[in-house]
Design a protein around this ligand. Sequence first.
Ligand code: ZN
Length: 253
Amino acid sequence: MARFAFISDVHGNLQALQAVLRCIDEKGVDATLCLGDVVGYGPNPAECLDLIAERDIFTVQGNHDLSIIDDVEAHRFNPTARLSLEFTRGQLSESHRELIAAMPRIADLDDVTMCHASPVSDGCSDYIHDQQIAALAYGGFTNHCLFVGHTHIPIAFGTPEIGYAAVDPKNVRVAFLPPNLPLRLDCRYRYIINPGSVGQPRDGNPDASFGILDVSQRTFTVHRVAYPVEQTQAAIIEAGLPNFLAHRLRLGA
Ligand code: ZN
């Protein structure tokens, strides 16, 4: 039975993406799926989009991806994100913009729903950080699992409630996902799962994060991969992007 790797929030960090794809190849999966924000912040947006396309990795559209082709989304950005957006737009070709435009905001694959941020509202903005926001997001899907990115934190929520409605936050459990510790998926629960970020982790661990869903074992396991952070940092400085973007990679913040 199938094993699927979930990656998210690559953010133009080619060294991290290459390291994660190598690790996924070693572990062996049936398919790799991407939860959006391939570009933004990082120095190699074009190369990351090319690699995703070359490997035929199905990708839903993140807010940073959307901002490349949508000025309304771009105007929601903070100053650092705006600076990196100008740089990123300058790096991408018409065919990159077509790739981004073709990404769906939300997708159902078997018993799994994928979107970048949340399936309620426009699917591109809410941060599922806590039980309150997770409870609302349960109103946006009926599948067994929803996979999201956006917060850059490996985390899972679970509820026994079913149906197409927001659930009671008191019935939502939460667990941070440490590496190499499988989360057992109870078939009586519905889950919201975030595999963490490939290219800009924000949980205090600078190693690139991704996860593997094992359908027959009914588990989801996060993996962390060290990569040459200093190479990405040098490329950020070289590109003239804000120093802060290089600094945060070392901190995982
Ligand atoms: Zn992101």
